[in-house]
Write a protein that binds this ligand. Structure first.
Ligand code: HPA
Ligand code: ZN
Length: 350
């Protein structure tokens, strides 16, 4: 079958789903299957607001969303549970979007604050990821995230605890939660400790904060890439700098369409970032919570924007290039991706 990629036809959506993918912005805590939440709640005797699987992720405000985020994660308790959620989300990525490699965020203090040992969290997640690699061939590394509403000493202590339980699969430090009230400079100490220990650095930034946070994250925290970044568009000088330096932004169409009210993906800030020459790559952020997956992100965003296959290939490759893999590994992944995309182009693109 051949298609002309002129819109979100079913064939083009299938092509977009089948492209090989890297994902660099996905929070394991936002990936739990609703059925798994219900089962884990039953296993541990935890009461949920609902045990109806299709009601678990029903919310109408960001506050309800954050409440559900905390509630569903309260069901993840032992090492086996952490392994299960890592395994299942990687399986979902493979089956729904041909995911090949993910660098996945987790929020250590979301778990340690409720008494879960750091070793249970880290060892469980890695165990699940290794099982997924064995069963599906997908690879995964992990990034510990500072939770911005934690006080800076708690964030620094989190980094030290993560370093005390360091495993080769744990490669970086990031930062999430609400940006506007807690700007990046608060966490310079946590980033300094992480950098000194050789962790790679990223941060959610200019998501609901100003473009100035981009500069802070690059220059003060030492970030190598940035998550989201939409408000950079408000400062042309920062845009020009990031374009010239080739900074990669890990962007998330659906989650931000929902949270920030940019439902039209053809006018979403991501399209303007691409037009401005910024390097972006696509991600699902909190896929099950936002009723999406990595395949759907490509299908919706690239389909609705009527992107030519050459541009979509560029977005995919930018994901590979921004991954924190060594150069040999990255070059091999890029070659394998190009070959697979060539085959898909022969099958689909007229
Ligand atoms: N932004 C802020 N906090 C978050 C996000 C995000 O994209 N995902 C999960 N927690
Ligand atoms: Zn995020």
């Amino acid at each position: 079958m051949t298609i002309s990629p002129t819109g979100a036809t079913p064939e083009y959506e299938q092509y977009l789903r089948r492209l090989p993918k890297v994902e660099l912005h996905c929070h394991v805590e936002g990936t739990l299957r609703p059925g798994t939440v219900v089962e884990l709640a039953a296993k541990h005797g935890i009461a949920l607001p609902t045990t109806q699987v299709d009601e678990v992720y029903r919310y109408s405000t960001i506050y309800e969303f954050l409440e559900i985020y905390r509630t569903v994660n309260s069901t993840v308790i032992d090492r086996e549970d952490f392994a299960r959620i890592a395994y299942e989300t990687l399986q979902d990525g493979v089956e729904l979007g041909n995911l090949k490699y993910r660098e996945m965020f987790f929020n250590p203090t979301l778990h340690t604050a409720r008494g879960i040992p750091m070793a249970t969290v880290i060892d469980g997640l890695i165990e699940g990821a290794k099982a997924a690699e064995t069963d599906f061939g997908v690879r995964c590394a992990f990034i510990a995230d500072v939770y911005r509403q934690d006080p800076p000493p708690v964030a620094r202590q989190m980094v030290e605890e993560v370093l005390a339980h360091r495993r080769p699969e744990l490669i970086g430090l990031g930062m999430d939660a609400a940006e506007a009230p807690d700007p990046p400079e608060k966490f310079v100490e946590a980033y300094r400790v992480a950098k000194a220990a050789g962790l790679r650095l990223t941060s959610h930034c200019a998501e609901d904060g100003p473009a100035a946070n981009v500069t802070t994250c690059l220059d003060l925290l030492g970030c190598e890439r940035l998550d989201h970044g939409y408000h950079i568009l408000e400062d042309p000088a920062v845009v020009a700098r990031c374009r010239d330096e080739g900074v990669t932004f890990t962007v998330c169409p659906t989650s931000t369409a929902v949270v920030y009210g940019w439902p039209d993906l053809t006018t979403h800030p991501i399209t303007k970032m691409i037009d401005a020459g910024l390097r972006v790559m696509l991600n699902s952020d909190d896929p099950t919570m936002f009723h999406t997956d990595i395949g759907t992100e490509y299908a919706k965003f690239c389909g609705q924007n009527n992107f030519r296959p050459e541009l979509v290939r560029q977005l995919v490759v930018q994901g590979v290039e921004a991954a924190w893999l060594d150069d040999i590994d990255k070059a091999a992944m890029r070659r394998a991706f190009e070959t697979e995309i060539d085959e898909l182009d022969r099958e689909y693109v007229s």
